[in-house]
Design a protein around this ligand. Sequence first.
Ligand SMILES: N[C@@H](Cc1ccc(O)cc1)C(=O)O
Length: 594
Amino acid sequence: MQDWEQRAEAIRSGQKQSILALLEERGFVHQIVGTREDLDYLLTERRVGAYVGVDPTAPSLHVGHLVPFMALGWLFIHGYQSTFLLGGTTSKIGDPTDRQAARESKRPSERKAALANMHLQLKRLGVTMEAYAERRGYAREWAWRRDVTNNSTWYQKLTLSEFMRVLGSGARLGPLLGRDTVKNRLENGTGMSYAEFSYPLLQAWDWWELFRKGTQIQIGGADQFGNILAGIETVKAMKKVEPVHFESDAAFQRHSGQTATASTSKTPKDWGNINEPIGFTVPLLTTSAGVKFGKTAGNAIWLDQQMTSTFDLYQFFLRSADADVEKYLKLFTFLPIPEIQSIMEEHQLDESKRVAQHKLAVEFVELIHGVGAAQNAQKQHMTMFDKNLTVDSVRASQLEEEGKESRAPGDWNVQLNKYAKPTSAADAPSTHMKLPRSLVVNQSFAKVLWSAGLVSSRAEGSRLIANKGCHIGSKMARGATTAQMGDYLAFTPLTSTKPSETGNYLIDGDLLILRIGKWKMKFITVISDEEYQQAGLTCPGWKEDDDAGREDYNKQVQRETMDFRAERRRERLERQKTREASAGVVRDYQMERE
Ligand SMILES: N[C@@H](Cc1ccc(O)cc1)C(=O)O
């Protein structure tokens, strides 16, 4: 508490940058829901809590989630209690903000898989983020407190009458009806369910639960402005029904009666909003090319290692445009601004070296998957895009990749529901992969590209080849002696070939190396169909698996239908019993009268 006072005083007197100024400098603050003054003041005077919520509507977190999370991370490492909230209950409704129609509801097994996976990811993120911050010089102190909370914890206990008493009486209909999403839906005729309409109120209730324990700040994506605003209004109304007393910190004591201490430059009337909820949104990132950040060719970049390998995560950042990289360094790393500036200076000396992108990539992988994974991904990239790439080094990295698979049977990653998994290899871009021989030999290259997940259709594959967009690696003689010959790889544009020739491109009969554009590589080991099947692998064009999958799915649907029928039967019986019982009561009653 002492430290806090000292720090606050340093900020007040202008000797130290306020945490809000830091967040602004790094590009985290899009809109403040409230006034800047109130937010700055609250963050300076009080060790408040802050939270960010996510609904598990996808099987995994993706890089886009990291913007609000990093804002929260900065607060965390400065001693503010930070909460990652998982919307176990809110995700059943689905946030209607900016949506033209309700989300399709997910099958329960799918929803649970996503929930469990995200829960683990959030816990893990807390750990890796903390470790990363410590390595960047933020010494861990007692005040670092973080939490992952699922909002189902309270919705399982909350009664409707309690909800109506505390929230229902004060929440106003006007602002809710005035929201763009609601107006649009009502005007364009698609309408809106009562559950969707209530979504912001549930989000407000979440805040209420956390608010009472000191979480006065909510952070959200750019689209969350309306929900945060509704939250502020609703929490304020709830406070009237049920007064909240925060732990008696200095600011609170001063506020509640006592005058400000002499060292304070503020006058007591400025304490006005110190006990109110307030929030801000972070920007929605688009790349300089106008694509929503975190998507490539329609696919999200996931934080789940099984869905996006560390190599590909690294590569995603390595590909960022020169125009974006500084912005990303500020948002996605804990590197101090002066260091970022010197990285940028070095970068500008020769942009083709991608100094800044490599730094960004290695820091990000470290943040998410830890330091070992980051170094590994970097090393792999250095070798792979090296002009002196050899077949041996490819084989070595291939082996390493396999070792990893068998060593880590997903400690952190729960087994994802089959249908929550990416639907095609293209959704899970991995550089190293295996394909069954029957899908390579005597197949057109366009189809091989499709099976390898490099294109989303065969037609796209043909176009790519016609445009000379696909290169194929082959051994090249470089040295003067025969011993040196044939080891280095050279890439030549693939021209359309007959399917019967595809097999000729295999290096040593089992390795196919493809490169799309400048950065996208695939190292494909071709194995026998039996082996492929036994390993339980799948890819576009692998029929057996599709059939097996469909069967599973049909069985599941059948089971659920049966459950549903059983439920109906139970209900029918129940109704019948009630009818009989009430008939009995009526009979008794009549008998009594007679
Ligand atoms: N509505 C938020 C997620 C969220 C859920 C619950 C909360 O309490 C807060 C935020 C979103 O869609 O991004």
